[in-house]
Ligand binder design. Structure first.
Ligand SMILES: C[S@@+](CC[C@H](N)C(=O)[O-])C[C@H]1O[C@@H](n2cnc3c(N)ncnc32)[C@H](O)[C@@H]1O
Length: 292
């Protein structure tokens, strides 16, 4: 395998990224599995990441031109993080497990029974390149997987030929007003709300797209920005304070009054091991409205 990419290789790689067409398997071996070769050729790698990030940023700028440079930097780092993670799992022969993530049980199954007379819709917001929300259910549920980096993720997954993705649609918590009010019965947000650029607004907008009766499930590391030293997308902390959700950053603090919106709240804390191996508290918050 080559340690460096030739100009011809680089053009092939860039064209594959632009079009989203996967490379032939032998070429992929050289470009992708051999991370050292690809990452060692920093120009090509970083150009590719910039290209993917720019496409996402121009998409979101069509709806919101108030986004600051820190979140933009986070976009690049998030793309690089997933790319590296895909390569790591492929080397460990674990990547194929992504093909089965959606075959897991649907997490709102017990709530479906209470709304069984309806056609149900679920939003998985901030889903990443390979949505990991289980969709196996006895009910008729349409699940929409959404992320602001959808265009980068779908192309990256196609290019790297990674399973379990490719169908993520564009959207962010801060621009939910583009969606129909009360459209969803269930909203799942896992490890993403604290990556947003305006979390209080995002939380309120999630409520606007929830039906009168429905559930929002938030699964987030406690005070992630503090733990990650405010690097990359990690600008917001989430914790429970006085029985309410407290979202805060270096220059903002807001206690979310769920009762004013008619929600009952429950929260369970578990200890999770992060990708880097360190244990950290994970908050499993359920906001439930109108389901008895
Ligand atoms: C750590 S990943 C989690 C992905 C997935 N939910 C999971 O659990 O594997 C965080 C995700 O949040 C997304 N994100 C960043 N800003 C967001 C925003 N404003 N609204 C919704 N999602 C956002 C990122 O693009 C990224 O895919």
């Amino acid at each position: 395998m080559e340690e460096r990419l030739t100009l011809e290789d680089e053009n092939l790689l860039m064209s594959s990224i632009r079009t989203g067409r996967p490379l032939a398997p032998q070429r992929r071996e050289a470009f992708v599995v051999n991370t050292k070769a690809l990452l060692g050729y920093a120009k090509s790698y970083s150009e590719t990441c910039h290209l993917l990030a720019d496409a996402c940023l121009s998409e979101i700028a069509r709806y919101d031109d108030s986004i600051g440079p820190e979140w933009k930097q986070g976009v690049m780092e998030e793309i690089q993080w997933w790319w590296t993670w895909i390569n790591t799992l492929r080397r460990q022969n674990k990547l194929q497990s992504w093909a089965h993530l959606r075959a897991q049980p649907f997490p709102f199954e017990a709530d479906c029974a209470k709304l069984a007379d309806k056609e149900l819709r679920c939003l998985n917001i901030g889903c990443g390149p390979r949505p990991n929300l289980g969709e196996a259910t006895a009910y008729d549920v349409e699940v929409v997987h959404m992320d602001p980096l959808a265009s980068a993720y779908n192309r990256l997954m196609g290019f790297l030929d990674a399973p379990g993705g490719g169908d993520v649609v564009f959207g962010a918590v801060e621009i939910m007003d583009q969606l129909e009010t009360g459209k969803f019965h269930f909203i799942a947000a896992k490890n993403c709300l604290d990556h947003a650029y305006d979390v209080p607004s995002g939380l309120r907008q999630m409520i606007d797209v929830l039906e009168d009766r429905g559930v929002i499930a938030l699964e987030h590391y406690e005070n992630e920005a503090e733990a990650e030293n405010y690097l990359g997308f990690h600008k917001w902390n989430i914790e429970m304070k006085d029985g309410k959700i407290h979202v805060w950053s270096r220059d903002h603090s807001e206690l979310f009054d769920h009762e004013a919106y008619g929600f009952q709240l429950s929260c369970e804390t578990t200890i999770h091991t992060k990708v880097g191996g360190q244990p950290h508290p994970m908050l499993h918050i359920r906001l439930m409205r109108g389901l008895g």
